[in-house]
Design a protein around this ligand. Structure first.
Ligand SMILES: Nc1ncnc2c1ncn2[C@@H]1O[C@H](COP(=O)(O)OP(=O)(O)OP(=O)(O)O)[C@@H](O)[C@H]1O
Ligand SMILES: [Mg+2]
Length: 582
């Protein structure tokens, strides 16, 4: 699959898995040493029974014991090294993947994924790291070394070797069958968990409505249904793995006794020494222990593997295809060319084949009925939603050609649903600028007409806003968000219904802000239902039924009363070239 990826994505993938092979090889070899050393117990017993006891020599016993203790110490040391390497490897992997996964998670809603699904990516990182720090990987690294024990037992007696091999085969088959039986269930259980979390998330967001209109009980009922479904699937999966684990545990005990019994039989037939029986039994136990451990850790292993695959797939799918080069700041124009925009995820086309061009110093008012596609247009202009076809260009360069962090400085965006960050007002306005210029923050706040209001608040610019900016009223939030959009004088300022919560004073500030953007050679785009937001614009577009029904100078498009919109005539083209204001 990696072969078909474009080079940039292959680089991402390589970056993600860099150093894995070396660590895995190291762990594999260390596990080999541990497993060879783990034969100490068997050999010690064999020597005790067949040599020390028969010869009755205490010095031999002491010598053998000292040797065994030394080897045990080595084994312990290697074991410690192995688990430390695994824990550090987990931490390193986490440090490398977590920021990438979070970046992708932030992007996922733009591509039609739910917030819960996006947040899962963070949990996926925890799952992978948690597994690497557990006993599970040890079992997986021990498994390939099982032949050492089989060879050891086979060397003592082929029949015993065959018996152990058969046992290992049965146990492995059990593991595989359990995997096949639970795989689909695990996937469904995970989906059910996401569905449940989505409902929980939605209920928490609508807490006020649930309380005021008293349907919290029914909302809990909805949650409960989803929770039951998740529990049902989880229980079934747990039942299967639990049963298989119990069966394989018993089988292992039976097998160990069988080795002992067969050994005794062979001893009676004089084909084996007494020491060898004990040695075989111990070696068989040790050979099968990783199988047992692997079965016990199967679920976490599968969970970690699926989590890692999801992380890898999303990172590769959503990570930027390539890092474009840095372009000079735009100063001339914003052009939309034959753009078709669809809802990410569903692919439902909302706007088709639209085009217009705006020049520095112009301001466009966008009006039209609800669900006409105004917000969708804005999402395309700001790069929030990818275009299905066509281009949005700043000074001739497609938005895709700009570096994401770079283009952000040239775009100011006030969304229709204002949501502020749980941070200070200053951090919100400066968009978490690491070295915020306080003068720019104040300038933006002043331009949004919110400076005096901030000063009157306890804490002023340092006041923390709480989740979603809960500490502010809706109108205050909108004005702080306007200040955020104006911060740093971006070339294009897009405002989606900026006056929906504003009072007269706020609307006057908005008009001044739009005039300010035009005066400094920027481009302003304002979506509005209320004409008071359009005082300072010179161009107007009517967006309805997924098309631009009219586009032109404000006085040509709107009737003098300005409140009702003249219907677009049938022959009006959608691509009237906007004239520059004198
Ligand atoms: N995230 C979304 N998922 C699915 N459909 C969407 C999504 N966003 C918008 N749509 C659909 O796109 C169409 C246009 O929506 P849009 O938000 O652009 O309208 P609008 O003109 O901004 O309306 P309003 O004036 O009410 O804000 C609607 O039919 C809506 O159902
Ligand atoms: Mg809208």
């Amino acid at each position: 699959m990696a072969k078909d990826l474009p080079p940039a994505k292959q680089r991402h993938l390589a970056e993600l898995t860099r150093g894995f092979r070396g660590v895995a090889l190291f762990l594999f070899l260390v596990s080999g040493v541990i497993n060879v050393l783990a034969l100490t117990g068997s050999l010690y017993m064999m020597q005790i029974y067949d040599r020390a006891l028969i010869s009755g020599s205490v010095p031999t016993l002491i010598g053998l014991s000292a040797l065994a203790v030394g080897l045990y110490l080595f084994q312990g040391a290697f074991d410690a090294i192995r688990s430390q390497v695994l824990v550090r490897f987990g931490a390193r992997l986490d440090a490398r993947i977590a920021p990438l996964a979070h970046r992708v998670a932030i992007d996922m809603p733009r591509f039609g994924f739910s917030t819960s699904e996006a947040l899962e990516r963070g949990r996926d990182v925890d799952t992978v790291r948690g597994f690497l720090g557990s006993q599970g990987p040890n079992a997986l690294f021990d498994l390939p070394w099982m032949p050492i024990y089989l060879a050891f037992i086979y060397f003592l007696h082929p029949l015993l070797g065959a018996l152990t091999l058969a046992g290992a085969f049965v146990l492995t088959t059990l593991t595989v069958v359990s995997e096949i039986l639970t795989k689909r269930l695990s996937v469904s259980a995970r989906k059910a968990a996401i569905a449940r979390n989505t409902i929980a998330d939605c209920n928490a967001r609508n807490a006020e409505v649930l309380k005021a209109m008293g349907f919290a009980g029914r909302a809990v009922g909805r949650f409960n249904e989803a929770n039951d479904e998740h529990l049902r699937l989880q229980t079934r999966a747990n039942d299967i793995t639990g049963t298989f684990a119990a069966v394989s545990r018993v089988l292992r005990m039976v097998l160990q006794s069988a080795v002992l019994g067969l050994g005794a039989y062979l001893t009676i037939k004089n084909e084996l020494s007494a020491g060898a029986i004990i040695a075989c039994s111990v070696a068989a136990a040790r050979a099968l222990a990783p199988v047992d451990l692997a079965i016990g850790n199967w679920k976490p292993f599968i969970a970690a593997r699926m989590a890692y695959q999801r992380l890898r797939d999303t990172v590769v799918a959503l990570a930027a295809a390539d890092t474009p080069m840095q372009l000079p700041a735009p100063v001339r124009s914003l052009a939309v060319e034959k753009a078709t925009i669809a809802v990410p995820g569903s692919g439902q086309v909302v706007l088709s084949d639209i085009g217009f061009e705006l020049h520095a110093g112009q301001a466009l008012g966008v009006i039209g009925p609800s669900a006409g596609g105004k917000t969708t247009l804005v999402r395309a202009l700001t790069g929030v939603w990818p275009l299905l076809r066509g281009h949005v260009r700043l000074d001739g360069a497609d938005l895709e050609q700009w570096r994401e962090d770079d283009i952000g400085r040239h775009i100011g965006y006030l969304p229709q649903d204002v949501s502020l960050m749980d941070a200070t007002i200053e951090e919100n306005i400066s968009r978490f600028d690491e070295a915020p210029d306080f003068r720019k923050v104040v300038a933006a706040a002043t331009a949004a007409g919110v400076h005096d209001m901030i000063l009157r608040m306890p804490g002023g610019y340092g006041a923390r806003l709480g989740p979603q900016g809960a500490a502010l009223s809706a109108g205050q939030r909108q004005r702080v968000a306007l200040a955020r959009a104006l911060y740093g004088d971006p070339f294009v300022v897009v405002m989606d219904e900026p006056n929906s919560n504003l009072d007269g004073e706020g609307e006057a500030a908005l008009t001044k802000a739009i005039e300010g953007v035009r005066a400094r050679g920027g481009i302003a785009i304002v979506i509005a239902h209320r004409p008071s937001a359009l005082v300072a614009v010179d161009l107007v577009a009517i967006v309805q039924h997924g098309r631009i029904a009219a586009f032109g100078r404000k006085q040509d498009i709107m009737t003098p009363t300005a409140s009702d919109v003249r219907p677009a005539s049938a022959n009006q083209t959608t691509q009237i070239e906007a004239r520059r204001p004198a």
